[in-house]
Design a protein. Sequence first.
Length: 281
Amino acid sequence: MASFKISKPVSPVLIAIFCSMILLNCSYNIARAFSNKELAITSIGIPAVLAAMRAHYNGTSVKKALIQAAFGGYLMQEGFKMAPKLEEKPAWYAWQAKIMVNLGASLAESAGDDFVYRMDIGPVWLVADGRNIRLKPAINAVLAPIVHVFEGSKPDWGRSLKYGTLAFERSSSRDGTLNGTGALAYSNANTFTTNRNGEHSGHELVHTFQYRRDAMSPLRIGNLITEIDERLGDTWIDDTGWSISWGLQCAWAEYKDKSKDFDIPFEKEAYYLEKEYRKYY
Ligand SMILES: [Zn+2]
């Protein structure tokens, strides 16, 4: 085990978020289903609460921050609804959804502060404020593609360009699972791997959108471990929110004897969106 020292006292904000995540998990457990209500809570409710807390902490208008974050959250929610059917749609439609999710997330995470547009594109993030536009590497975004290549996946440039996120392909076995994985397709936050036909891209895209949404989560490695935050400085983006949340959800599944491929909130959201919105293409 690596011995990371948590040198910063855990803030009440972190405790509040942690408790709300546990509560949310419990509610999923009881409801056993994901609906538009949970989609609104994760896309609009939580970002709005985070923005209100940030505005309160910064001494700016809480009401203004709430409205901006809720509007951003609404854009994200609509982008999420588009994701499952993108497999059958042309590239411009996929980019429209991607830009909507990134604009929504940027509005939400900037609420109560100066507006900064941040968009993940493969291993780097495009960051634009009022003065300049920069490309910055991000931790998860750089590591995930390396892991995919080591696992034996081949970059799929056509699909990467279509979806605006790094896509990989792998040959599949007779039962349809990707060789050596037991999965039909899979995602490592900002990247995904499918078979040659790109089946299940829509489902995996939901995970890449969750990754963008969770980049605003206070449960990021740099927020939890000060030394990492200092090393990252202004050069790197801390995009570890999704991975930390996924790790916590898997730990919860293990503890509750649930499946991490079907029962955790990230998967429930992806399957719900597929079931509900893919039929309209
Ligand atoms: Zn999934």
